[in-house]
Write a protein that binds this ligand. Structure first.
Ligand SMILES: [Zn+2]
Length: 318
């Protein structure tokens, strides 16, 4: 496989790049805990975006907010980290994909973002038109080497098992890229299938695995085993489920985790909590949240599943 060049190969390389200033400055300012100007919670609203920016929120808060599809906001260790931005209204795309449901809120209600973790850029359901716009203003975007090549220098490439540090007002979050397979075991989709997962870790940071568009429980187990041996137990797993399928690719094979495989991953990785996303808002998901809940119940691990909907409500994971 052709290996594109990328700007940052490892944490050590950071110090020598212009990005270092960006990274260390990102979220490390004195007002990092202050709510963004446009992020004032509306009284009585249940779908309040960024509810954890309320100054009354405990410092140790760890919250997840599902905005729609794969798009999820993690608030952890003082940082606000956005996963796979998709904010378009329902519409059809030239690719054949269709957005079927509006996001919980638009980028204007998002508030401060310290980093975007982009699993890949090739597919509309992980990066739509308004998501692309948002990337241009994000202080840090981490993704695949291919995404860096296609999208430009505002996207920093992280190869698998390399990491970078995000400085926050409360310390440092280590962000490590991990392998993901965008199709069944043994299949190589080439550039179209290039995708990455991520792991968040560090002092005071609940170790969090974010699968990205990965369909392989085998790959997830390998990733989980290495996280456990090199970093420690996994606190939370954010799994992209929904068994995305399209007749044009691999004869309708699942391109993300089926509900059953998501439960298998949860059994294998033994996280304290599982946040399942990527089951709603797009026409390519073949399995929904109800089937996922059933699969977890069948395995006797339903208690691990965070009850989360794509409604913009911040859920406390602490
Ligand atoms: Zn994809």
């Amino acid at each position: 496989m052709k290996r594109p060049t990328f700007r940052l190969a490892a944490t050590a390389a950071l110090a020598a790049t212009a990005s270092a200033a960006l990274l260390t400055g990102c979220g490390g300012d004195a007002d990092a805990d202050e709510p963004a100007a446009q992020n004032t919670p509306a009284a009585g609203s249940t779908g309040t975006p960024g509810a954890n920016t309320d100054p009354a929120t405990p410092a140790a808060a760890f919250t997840v907010t599902h905005i729609g599809g794969p798009t999820t906001l993690l608030e952890v260790a003082g940082a606000r980290i956005l996963i796979d931005p998709t904010f378009d209204q329902p519409k059809k795309y030239p690719s054949g994909l269709e957005k079927t449901q509006a996001p919980a809120y638009g980028p204007d209600k998002l508030g401060r973002i310290d980093a975007v973790l982009l699993s890949h850029d090739q597919h509309d359901d992980n990066l739509d038109d308004s998501g692309r716009e948002l990337l241009k203003t994000a202080p840090l975007v981490l993704s695949t080497p291919g995404a860096h090549q296609r999208l430009g220098d505002h996207v920093t490439a992280l190869a698998s098992w390399t990491s970078t540090d995000l400085k926050t007002a409360r310390g440092t979050i280590k962000i490590t890229a991990v392998p993901a397979l965008h199709g069944p075991d043994g299949v190589d989709r080439g550039a179209d299938g290039e995708v990455t997962g991520f792991v968040l870790s560090g002092p005071g940071v609940p170790t969090t695995y974010i699968s990205g568009d990965n369909a392989s429980a085998t790959v997830a187990k390998q990733v989980g085993d290495r996280i456990k041996s090199e970093i420690g137990p996994i606190d939370t797993a954010v799994l992209f489920a929904g068994a995305a399928r399209t007749p044009a690719i691999l004869d309708n094979a699942p391109l993300t985790l089926t509900s059953k495989d998501a439960a298998r991953v949860a059994k294998d990785l033994v996280p304290r909590k599982v946040v399942a996303v990527h089951t709603d808002s797009w026409n390519i998901y073949s399995e929904d949240m109800a089937s996922l809940v059933k699969a977890f119940e069948d395995q006797g691990i339903a208690a691990k599943l965070v009850d989360i909907k794509p409604d913009g409500t911040a859920k406390n994971l602490a």
